[in-house]
Structure formats: structure tokens, C-alpha cells
Write a protein that binds this ligand. Structure first.
Ligand SMILES: Cc1ncc(COP(=O)(O)O)c(C=O)c1O
Length: 501
């Protein structure tokens, strides 16, 4: 067995003594000092060059959700600046940010006011945790986001993103039921193909097997019910309401199957991103609410993407006239200028923590960071001043209509979504709605579309976590000129894609 030399420390020597090992005569020579050209440049007051960045990116970086092998023969894109709905790479090439970077930059890039708000806050109070203390930006922001939220919600628990907020929601649901005499209620029902984050708990709620299998076994006690993929269900039901009624009934079936005494919550995105912008009629939410009330099951609305104007109301729950017990938001809360997430909860969930020694033993160092909260407030001021939610509401029908023009292409099976959030589902046969098999989907999406669209200057998502889709979620500032540009770029790439088969 090799014992790692701990740099000649006492501990290392003692360990060897105990194990009866001899100290090697010549300790391994330390490798030569690493070159640090960018640090050297920085010390000389110079910026790193593109060449240095590209080299170090290959040497040092471990990117998120990235197939690194794709960069064996091409440069890693390095984004150098952004403004409005555009960004630029290291070669000065300009791109249309068709998914608000990661469904996040709702007000568009390059707003100096947010930078100024951050600087002002840093100068006054750079950081303080919200553990038994508070600061003004966190308090002010809680009032602000609750003012946009369903009336059922009255308390804010900050996180640094959506996954942490989902994690928090599950932990809170478990503790709440333990404190209120239903200690066995701990299971959570979620929907097929839904994405709720990457930490063990949030990933357990996720309904995408391919994303989970590397990490199994995950947290037990989560169960999946169908989502509301109407495009794939319409042959079997009279209308969308009938399908939604069936889908909602699956929640009741699962609660009963698992035993209501053990089920704590049902989590759903009002418009489900993964799988491609699945919407539901209002009747779905009404029925799900009734079912969950009947069995004392909490509803968690994951509005990580849907929130902050994305679908034409501040929160999607408003559009669907739906009152969850907990609402998760992130991304658009700061338009991604700072990392922040929040879980808003109904007063009944806070009630047990009001007395005695009760505590929710959960939190994050950077959650509710004063700079992030100050930036969020400024971001929301811009929402108000520019009526961005109104802009989405007014323009959404035109956006949809423009994208629906793509339906004349043989590869486009469906265009669906809400507000400024759309998916274009790609099919092999639009009459039968036959989809591409795994190999074809690989060739279509990773092998062609992602690169072709990016080369054409459009950043959007081509994905097959469900069936193959291209997704758009642009900044909420754009209008008809940009809808047309998006349609034309997509038309060119999708036409070429059809010729692959
Ligand atoms: C619906 C939904 N929930 C949760 C998450 C995870 O959020 P984060 O990456 O901020 O943890 C995402 C991320 O895209 C999401 O779309």
C-alpha cells in the first residue's frame, strides 16, 4: 500500500513508525514550479491574453455538464462581454443570447445600475450571515418578493440557487410534519423528466434517470408521476382538460399507493422546463391542489425558471391561479447578476418555529448575501420601471405566432410554451409524431444542431432529456424584430438538420 508523504510532517513520520515502514532515503523531488503567466501579467498590471486563457482553460478547468472531448479539435468558447440580448466570445464574435444565458438574465446584460447597486452595498456592508442576525437588503427583498407571490405565502428563506431551495423545501416539509405530530410524512412525489437540481436531495426529486444513475443510490423516498406532455398524449384523450384530469389523478393514486401518512409533498414546475416547456390547463392545478389538501400533502412550486416574468406574470402560480404551500425561485430574482435563491413558505410552515427552543437547523454561508439582495432589489426596480412583465404579456402571442411559422418545416412537430419560454419539438414524421431514436437524436442535437446554431450566432438549448427539442427563453426586453431574427436563424439550421436523415 502506498502511503502518501505528507510533506515530511510529524504526522507522516509517526504514521510510518507505527506501521513499521522505513522513511525513503531520497524523498520524491517536488515537481518544477508551475508557470503562472496570467498571474505574472496581473502583477505587471496587464490583462491575460486570449492565448493564455485558452491554454489555461484546457489545462485547469473542469466544466459543468460538459463533454470535454468536444474541445479536442475546437476552441473552448470564452465569453468576454455582454450587453442587452447579446454576448461576445474571445474572438469578438457576437451571439444572440436566446436562453438568457441559463434561463436567468431576464433584464438583459450589461445594466450598469446593478453594478452600482452592488458596489454601494459592498461599501456599506460587504457581508454578514443571516444566522441570528439580519441586514436591510435581505429584509427589504423579502417584503418585495412576497408582494408578487401568491397570498398563501408569507415567509422567505434564502438560498444561493434553485437546487438549494428545493433541498430546503424537502427538509422543511419533513421537519414540519415531525413537529406537528405526523412524523412519518417524509416522501416526495415529483414529475417525470423534471429537473430540480444536482445536490443529492434535489437530484432525487429529479425525474431524469440518465442524470441520476451515476450517483445512485440517491436519497430514498421519492416517487414519479406523469408530467403534462399533451403533444404525446393527445391521441388518447378527448381534450387537454381530460388529459390534465388524468395526470392529476396519478398524483392521488401515488399518494394512496405510498400511504398518505408517509407522503409529505408534491413538487412541480408550473411550466416544466425539462422535456420542453410542458404547460397545463388551470384545471390541472385546481385538481392537484384539491388532492393534496385532502391528504395533507404540501405543494412545492419550483419556479426557478418560471418566476420573474418568464411566462408573463411575475410568478407562474399567478397565471394558473394556483396557491402552493412553498414556492422556489432563483435565477431571475437578480437576473443572474448575483447568485441568489429563495424559498417562500406559507405561515403554517413557520408556525412551529415561533416558540421555545425550536430551530430549523439548515442554512448556507452565502444565502441572502447583502450584495445579492441589493442587486435583486435594483433588478426588480428595472422590472417595474420598464414593465417587463407587461412586455412579455403583450408580446407573447406574437412570439408564439412567429415561432409557429416553423411548423411548415417537416422536422418541427410541436411549438409549445408560454410567455417568453418556448420549446420546438423535432420529429422524424410529423404525421405520426414519430421521434428520433437515441443514435439519431445524438447525431441531430450534439452532432449538428448545437454547433450549427452556435456558429450561426444563436445561443439556445438543443436537448433530449425528454424528446428532442430546441428551447428559447430570451431576455424579457426583446420584441418582434428579435422574434423574426430567432425564427430565421432556426429556420436555416432546422432545414439543414432535416437533410441529415
Ligand atoms: C426547475 C429548476 N429547478 C432547480 C434548478 C437548479 O437551480 P440551481 O442550478 O440554481 O441550483 C434548475 C436549474 O436550472 C431548474 O431549472
Amino acid at each position: 500500500m502506498a502511503i502518501q508523504e505528507s510533506r515530511g510532517s510529524k504526522l507522516g513520520k509517526n504514521l510510518k513508525k507505527v506501521l513499521g515502514l522505513k522513511t525513503p532515503v531520497a524523498p520524491a523531488k517536488a515537481s518544477t514550479v508551475r508557470p503562472t503567466p496570467m498571474f505574472d501579467a496581473r502583477k505587471a498590471g496587464q490583462a491575460a491574453t486570449v492565448k493564455q486563457l485558452e491554454h489555461a482553460a484546457r489545462q485547469n478547468m473542469f466544466m459543468h455538464f460538459t463533454r470535454h472531448s468536444q474541445f479536442e479539435s475546437s476552441a473552448i468558447p470564452i465569453i468576454t462581454r455582454a450587453e442587452g440580448h447579446h454576448f461576445w466570445d474571445q474572438n469578438g464574435k457576437k451571439y444572440f443570447d436566446g436562453i438568457s444565458s441559463l434561463f436567468s438574465v431576464n433584464i438583459g446584460h450589461g445594466r450598469e445600475r446593478l453594478a452600482e447597486a452592488a458596489a454601494k452595498q459592498m461599501k456599506q456592508l460587504d457581508y454578514f450571515p443571516i444566522w441570528s442576525n439580519l441586514h436591510a437588503p435581505a429584509i427589504e427583498l423579502s417584503e418585495r418578493i412576497l408582494s408578487y407571490a401568491p397570498k398563501s405565502l408569507s415567509r422567505v428563506f434564502y438560498t444561493t440557487g434553485g437546487g438549494e431551495a428545493n433541498e430546503t423545501a424537502w427538509k422543511l416539509a419533513k421537519q414540519y410534519f415531525k413537529m406537528t405530530g405526523k412524523p412519518m410524512k417524509h416522501k416526495v412525489i415529483s414529475r417525470m423528466t423534471a429537473y430540480h437540481g444536482t445536490s443529492h436531495g434535489a437530484l432525487s426529486l429529479t425525474g431524469i434517470a440518465a442524470m441520476k444513475k451515476q450517483f445512485e443510490p440517491l436519497v430514498p423516498s421519492t416517487f414519479r408521476v406523469p408530467n403534462t406532455n399533451w403533444y404525446r398524449a393527445q391521441d388518447d384523450f378527448e381534450n387537454e382538460e381530460a388529459f390534465a384530469d388524468w395526470a392529476a389523478s396519478r398524483v392521488e393514486e401515488m399518494i394512496l399507493f405510498e400511504d398518505p401518512d408517509t407522503v409529505a409533498a408534491f413538487i412541480l414546475e408550473p411550466v416544466q422546463n425539462s422535456g420542453g416547456c410542458f404547460t397545463s390547463p388551470k384545471s390541472y392545478f385546481k385538481k392537484v391542489r384539491e388532492i393534496c389538501d385532502k391528504y395533507d400533502v404540501l405543494i412545492i412550486a419550483d419556479e426557478t425558471i418560471d418566476g420573474f416574468g418568464r411566462i408573463g406574470t411575475m410568478f407562474a402560480s399567478e397565471l394558473y391561479e394556483f396557491e402552493p404551500d412553498m414556492l422556489v425561485c432563483a435565477k431571475g430574482i437578480t437576473s443572474a447578476y448575483q447568485p441568489l435563491g429563495a424559498l417562500m413558505v406559507a405561515e403554517k410552515l413557520f408556525e412551529p418555529f415561533k416558540k421555545g427552543t425550536a430551530i430549523f437547523p439548515h442554512g448556507y454561508t452565502f444565502a441572502g448575501h447583502p450584495v445579492a439582495c441589493a442587486v435583486a432589489l435594483e433588478n426588480l426596480d428595472i422590472f417595474e420601471e420598464e414593465d417587463l412583465v407587461g412586455n412579455v404579456r403583450r408580446n407573447a402571442p406574437a412570439f408564439r405566432k412567429t415561432l409557429e411559422k416553423l411548423k411548415d418545416l417537416p422536422i418541427v412537430g410541436d411549438v409549445r410554451g408560454e410567455g417568453y419560454f418556448y420549446a420546438i419539438e423535432l420529429v422524424k414524421d410529423k404525421n405520426t409524431r414519430e421521434t428520433f431514436n437515441d443514435a439519431e437524436s445524438e447525431k441531430l442535437l450534439r452532432g449538428f444542431l448545437s454547433t450549427d446554431l452556435y456558429d450561426a450566432g444563436l445561443y439556445c438549448r438543443s436537448d433530449d432529456r425528454g424528446d428532442p427539442v430546441v428551447q428559447l427563453a430570451p431576455p424579457l426586453t426583446i420584441g418582434q424584430t428579435e422574434f423574426d431574427e430567432l425564427e430565421q436563424t432556426l429556420r436555416a439550421s432546422l432545414s439543414k438538420a432535416w437533410n441529415l436523415f
